[in-house]
Design a protein around this ligand. Structure first.
Ligand SMILES: O=C(O)c1ccccc1N[C@@H]1O[C@H](COP(=O)(O)O)[C@@H](O)[C@H]1O
Length: 213
């Protein structure tokens, strides 16, 4: 099985970005969501985006954002991918892909097999489905370090590319990959010492664990 692609999300400092590039991750994620402890301003995004250009692909994470918020972030950070982590419909995903001309990843909150089935509606509208844990009502819709029952998406054979997120750490990602065959893994809390505080050693350890899986 090929090594899964790696995304480290919630990058908000140059130090964390450099550690992510050094660890040979494939994607660096920047969060554009005011309620998140990892939220970056357009100014921060511009700085991080310029440092990342040509070295790692830049993913912008949005939660039910309007077009002007996304346009400002795309321009500031030079985003390569849009990650939609709210209640965006297939129509909204397709509209954003057409407007911005870059791949769109849709996160799907999973608690049951019925949630996994909802992913099929995004075929042709999104480029990748990111399965993440469903979080409690009122909590952030992701970035909580919560896992779900990985057997629900094991060797998913759906109509679009996919990735696995939710509570992944250096300690559990090998098992997650072995069980699911995920072609992409994504982590945020699992490489932090506290919410929003990236731990450079944990970033390196996570990437090493993925390659050892
Ligand atoms: O990271 C955040 O603050 C965040 C806020 C709102 C939606 C999603 C968010 N993070 C994404 O959630 C998944 C899982 O994160 P974790 O590893 O469990 O912390 C991942 O894609 C994050 O980028």
């Amino acid at each position: 099985m090929p090594t899964p692609a790696i995304k480290i999300c919630g990058i908000s400092t140059p130090e964390a970005l450099e550690a992510t590039i050094r660890a040979r991750a494939d994607y660096a994620g920047f969060v554009f969501f005011a309620r998140s402890p990892r939220n970056v301003s357009p100014t921060q995004a511009a700085d991080l985006g310029a440092r990342a250009q040509g070295r790692i692909r830049r993913v912008g994470l949005f939660v039910d954002a309007d077009d002007s918020t996304i346009a400002e972030a795309v321009d500031a950070a030079g985003l390569d991918v849009l990650q939609l982590h709210g209640r965006e419909t297939p129509e909204r995903a397709a509209q954003l892909r057409s407007r911005f001309g870059i791949p769109v990843w849709k996160a799907m909150a999973i608690a049951s097999i019925g949630d996994v089935a909802r992913a099929h509606a995004y075929a042709g509208a999104a480029d990748l489905m990111l399965f993440d844990a469903k979080t409690p009502t009122g909590a952030l819709p992701g970035g909580m370090g919560l896992s779900f029952d990985w057997s629900l998406v094991a060797h998913w054979n759906g109509p679009l590319k996919w990735g696995l997120a939710g509570g992944l750490t250096a300690g559990n990602v090998g098992h997650a990959i072995a069980l699911t065959g995920a072609p992409l893994v994504d982590t945020s809390s699992g490489v932090e010492s506290a919410p929003g505080m990236k731990d450079l050693d944990r970033i390196a350890a996570f990437c090493t664990a993925v390659r050892a899986a």
